[in-house]
Design a protein around this ligand. Structure first.
Ligand SMILES: Cc1cc2nc3c(=O)[nH]c(=O)nc-3n(C[C@H](O)[C@H](O)[C@H](O)COP(=O)(O)O)c2cc1C
Length: 325
């Protein structure tokens, strides 16, 4: 039986347990002196690393600006992000950065637009590596730009970026060799994606395509829309979480499942039954920065109350479960 505290090695990176902090933009946090990232972010991630999360994925960061050091790639941002990576390592957490390509209409992009985005996608990974991050996660989920490339019902391109799954994943797979050539040998490249794209078989096909291209890790959330299919009897997590379990059966690379995982029972259920390799706990870890240590030590968790709209989207100080940052 797999234990929550069993180490898992990805590309030489030793991940000390199976509890992941998924990417979450902390909307009420500000950077310092005009930067996007700052002291609040550093404290926020350091607390979760101290709280035992084995694997931390820093929030969606736009790739745009990576080539010319603007936007989220300014000097002040780099300083803060470097500190986040270093502090997480201080608590033996592996730390990646989620890379985001905005919410563009991919059917309207010229080939030059796609190439320009790819240059930023590559440069962002190289810079994350230079800042001390252990890897990057490309955000192919939740209906955003990269998700639209992957979804066969949305992508109507007739060039090399539309059509079959090789073409729909090419926006990343084409630049992967250059990313590998310009980052450390053990730098993790991961994809966050959905399983229904728009059918389950499409998600499975895309997952296998990424695996074959050399992606190290898959983080399964949802694609253009959340799945509505019911879960099997006795499965105590959500349909989105079940999507991760379905992909896990189809690939050999590690898989993270996510969504509404809030209790020790659910984490144990997923990991100890080998449904997936990692359980990501988002709002649960916002409500309780020590979530991972509490679960590992069998201590009570300060449980997320599952508000209709999470207050961390607006002002985290209103989180009824949180003790505020
Ligand atoms: C405040 C907030 C910000 C989020 N920001 C991101 C993000 O930057 N990138 C992303 O892929 N998902 C984002 N998500 C989704 C989470 O990563 C996660 O998939 C979702 O909250 C479901 O997991 P949970 O039920 O454990 O919270 C965000 C969620 C919340 C609540």
């Amino acid at each position: 039986m797999t234990e929550i505290t069993d180490e898992l090695v990805i590309r030489g990176n030793h991940i000390k347990n199976r509890i992941v902090m998924p990417p979450m933009v902390t909307f009420s946090f500000h950077g310092d002196n005009g930067s996007y990232y700052g002291k609040q972010h550093i404290e926020h991630y350091t607390k979760r690393a101290k709280g035992g999360a084995g694997f931390i994925i820093v929030q969606a960061t736009s790739v745009f600006g990576a080539v010319d050091s603007t936007g989220m790639w300014s000097a002040g941002d780099i300083l803060a992000l470097k500190q986040i990576a270093s502090n997480c390592h201080g608590y033996n957490a592996i730390v990646m950065m989620q890379l985001h390509c905005g919410n563009l209409d991919i059917n309207e992009l010229s080939v030059e637009d796609v190439h320009s985005m790819q240059r930023n996608m590559k440069q962002a990974a190289i810079r994350a590596c230079e800042m001390g991050f252990d890897g990057v996660e490309y955000h192919f989920a939740h209906g955003y730009t990269l998700c639209k490339f992957l979804d066969a019902s949305y992508n109507h391109r007739t060039d090399q970026y539309g059509g079959d799954v090789l073409n729909r994943s090419r926006v990343l797979t084409q630049v992967l060799p250059e990313i590998r050539n310009n980052t450390r040998k053990n730098f993790i490249v991961s994809v966050r994606m959905g399983e229904y794209l728009p059918e389950s078989r499409d998600g499975i096909e895309a997952a296998k395509t990424f695996e074959k291209a050399g992606i190290d890790l898959l983080h399964i959330s949802f694609g253009m829309q959340p799945p509505t299919n019911p879960v099997p009897d006795g499965f105590i997590c959500s349909p989105i979480t079940y999507s991760g379990c379905k992909i896990k059966k189809e690939v050999k690379i590690p898989v993270i499942a996510v969504n509404e995982i809030r209790t020790e029972e659910q984490v144990r259920f997923l990991i100890e039954n080998d449904y997936v390799d990692f359980a990501a706990v988002g709002r649960g870890m916002l409500a309780d920065p020590d979530f991972a240590n509490h679960v590992i030590n069998g201590e009570p968790v300060n449980t997320c109350l599952g508000c209709e709209r999470c207050f961390w989207f607006t002002d985290s100080t209103f989180c009824p479960a949180g003790k505020d940052e």
